[in-house]
Design a protein around this ligand. Sequence first.
Ligand SMILES: Cc1ncc(COP(=O)(O)O)c(C=O)c1O
Length: 449
Amino acid sequence: MEKMRKYEEIIMSIEKRVEQGLLDSGSKLPSIRTLSEELSCSKNTVIKAYEEMEKNHLIYSVPKSGYYVVEGNPFRKKRNSKVDKIDFLSAGPDPKSMPYLDFKHCINQAIEKYKEDMFIYSDIQGLYSLRLELARHLQDLQVFSVPERICVVTGSQQALHLLISLPFPNRKKNICVEQPTHPSMIESLKFQNVNTIGIEINKEGIDFKQLEDIFKHQDIKLFYTVSRFQNPTGYSYSNTEKKKLVELAQKYDVYIIEDDYMGDLDPNLKQDPMFAFDPSGRIIYTKSFSKVLFPGLRLGLAVLPEALIPLFLQAKFAADVHTPVLTQGALEIFLKSGMYDAHIKKMRDMYRRKGMLIQKAFREHLPTSVSYSKMVSGFYSTLELPRPLKAKQVIERLKEENLFVDDVGKMFLPEYQKDNMLRLSVSHVEEDLIDIGVRKLADVIRSLL
Ligand SMILES: Cc1ncc(COP(=O)(O)O)c(C=O)c1O
């Protein structure tokens, strides 16, 4: 379980005092020394908490006197402000935290820099200069590869869609996916009419014995897995589990698509992708720029085994010739300038905090009969409702409260359907509304039980 940082605890403790009426507009906050003694932490930690609140215009400082709550008590305003809508449904990144102006600047530069490339058809695999930059960027995620093995794709969805239908060197036919899983992958599988076998994933992960059995007996060409912050469960495999998956892939000659769409958001830098444990070249690594940048850019990448590259490029050519040069160029400039790294650091902090807040709210408010997934970052968590409650029924009631969540139903293959699961995404919900939203949700569930 991700622990709340000490300075964040201090901010919460001050908020609580305001809530309990112990502090009001203009009230003086405890001195740095008093609070550091009271909460058994260093003075520097208290200073960091106070500076953070000052930055957010909740308190102000008077030299040689101390810190005071801002007039009009913004803490209380923040809590009592009428909440119009709480949106745990939207799955895109938080628009308010997007580097729109920085990226606009990169697009303008890219138009100039790549105008020659825009007058002609470009490389099917993607601009070489971008792939070089992507290879550098992937090293931060412990993915060591070369530009020759990286394919730029029009959203990582394109890589998934194309790989489903390609013949693989293992000459096998069937695909195995976690259940539930990423709904666009389900759509692709249904659309291409592929024989697909599911394996249940829940808050404890998957049953490895069952997976081994599937690999052994079911002619599996490919296992599609989301290794971190799984959509929709939020589950992340441990390094030991990832090694085990790689071993099974080797033992039974199965390829794995490791969809690391939100790898950038992992606060635990010791977590490696499966790709890092794979000596046999059976892991296909995909990454998306839709969750930390703009989904509208349609930019993603796949790191492919050499044997698959010629056929993959043929399929990519047939699909869209190549990914637009302008957005590729802009991404390259954005990565090179260091803006991406700076942006990611902010995103990582924000989603770690949001993960912590929603887990805390789940623990404090949900009835014990509701099971919830544990996530430390990323967007998603799921709730499993006690029978006979159905997701649809709860979703309809929540709409009346202006609270929106998603039904996990569409994230299952037809044979594995469950109708009692909800997906919550924190990306569009302000931090101070997470607790309010979960409390409302818990009240609705209780009222229907
Ligand atoms: C598991 C998973 N992979 C990938 C993506 C992103 O796909 P794309 O890069 O095509 O936008 C998503 C988006 O929701 C997702 O949930």
